[in-house]
Write a protein that binds this ligand. Sequence first.
Ligand code: NAD
Length: 453
Amino acid sequence: MPKKVAKKPLKKFHTRFTDEDPSVYKEPAPLNAKSSGVEKENPLESMMERFDKAAEILGLEQGIYQYLKTPVKCVIVSVPVTMDDGRIEIFDGYRVVHNDILGPSKGGIRYAPDVNLDEVKALAAWMTWKCAVIDIPFGGAKGGVTCDPRKLSQRELEMITRRYTANMLDVFGPDRDIPAPDVNTNEQVMAWVLDTYSMHRRRTEPGVVTGKPLILGGSKGRREATGRGVMHATLSGLEKLRISPNKATVAVEGFGNVGSISAASLYEQGAKIIAISDVTGGYYNEKGINVEAAIKFSETHGNLLEGFKGGDKITNDEVLTVKCDVLVPAAREDRITDRNAKDIKAKLIVEGANGPTSASADEILDSKGVMVIPDILANAGGVKVSYFEWVQNRMGFYWPLDLVNQRLEQAMKDAFDRVYENGQKHNVSLRLSSYILAIDKVARTLKLRGIYG
Ligand code: NAD
């Protein structure tokens, strides 16, 4: 159990600017590569460092502290698949249920070459805190398969998904554990999860996954929800910083579901998107990137920006440190660390991705006066609308897009205000404030329920 810490004064949210310009072209970092030769940090350690700080401020008792830091279930399965060339290949599959005190556990499934148990544990815990912050009756979980989807055919992807789901039949369920899309998984993957689960249950169970196609019981607005939520969080942050959205310059790292829709939504609000990136590298345009054109380009080029002519090519790392008002990291974990935090020039960081900032960068950003809207708040719009989808599945009655978007906007604003006010009360950053709110809610629920046995 951590020791009590002295309260630090709340930092002013300002930043210094330099006149550096990103210009030099370097080879883009490959998918999930270590950046600049620095070892990838452990997201579980980053999560625990923040958890410990919040637990200390809350004065969490030892037993509750131990309970909340330990996942309730870690399942590792082998996923054998007959590949297109007839070989049998074995993939590793994971599902971690971190906590189910507030309700059924909820969290995405990710397909990537570096998926591992520690990463999935960290992501599962973040889901617990995220569901608590955004005020939905769900616990936290996460799953993944260690594979490189770029090297898989559509049939192989389907086989991996179906076998992984079949292996998780005792874990998944509309009242138990509900997966959703994450990195490299999409509506089609969710449709396969739904179908495999439903075949075994002998009835169609739309509520077993969220983020599924509309025609299968998906919710209007779910695909855009995380990015739209990032946009609402950004507007709340900009308001506190007294920056008008149509005067704001924005850099977005990652151009998948979250990154592209965050960029498009902020563009719609009048912000100038000056840098974007994906696994193929960064693209910079001082005058502003035409986001619609970038999305169209990516959609017609295998979901990649390689060859996009709407900006000068820069590196993935340079996208993080360009001179801008807002930085939206929306790719992977640990992109902002003690290695590059000192070079960040944004006044506001809105974490579209889960865990893009390692704990080692927190103090540096804090001392620079950068306002950071943490992942468990900034990207919680996705799980909020996943919850709406699950509710609609249970009602068998579907909401119009306006209603979904209106409820999402209200939820993001309310959550930001709660976190901001709590931050003022405890004199802590928005990140620590989010953790304090979330851990306190789950801890109080645990005390009410008690320990069975
Ligand atoms: P995605 O697979 O749709 O997109 C990921 C993007 O990141 C791709 O454009 C990829 O090319 C890019 N990328 C990968 N490595 C990169 C690098 N080193 N530099 C720059 N770009 C890189 O995934 P997504 O669903 O958009 O998820 C992105 C992040 O957001 C993840 O951390 C995920 O956990 C988080 N998230 C997603 C959702 C959701 O609803 N999809 C919800 C909450 C949080």
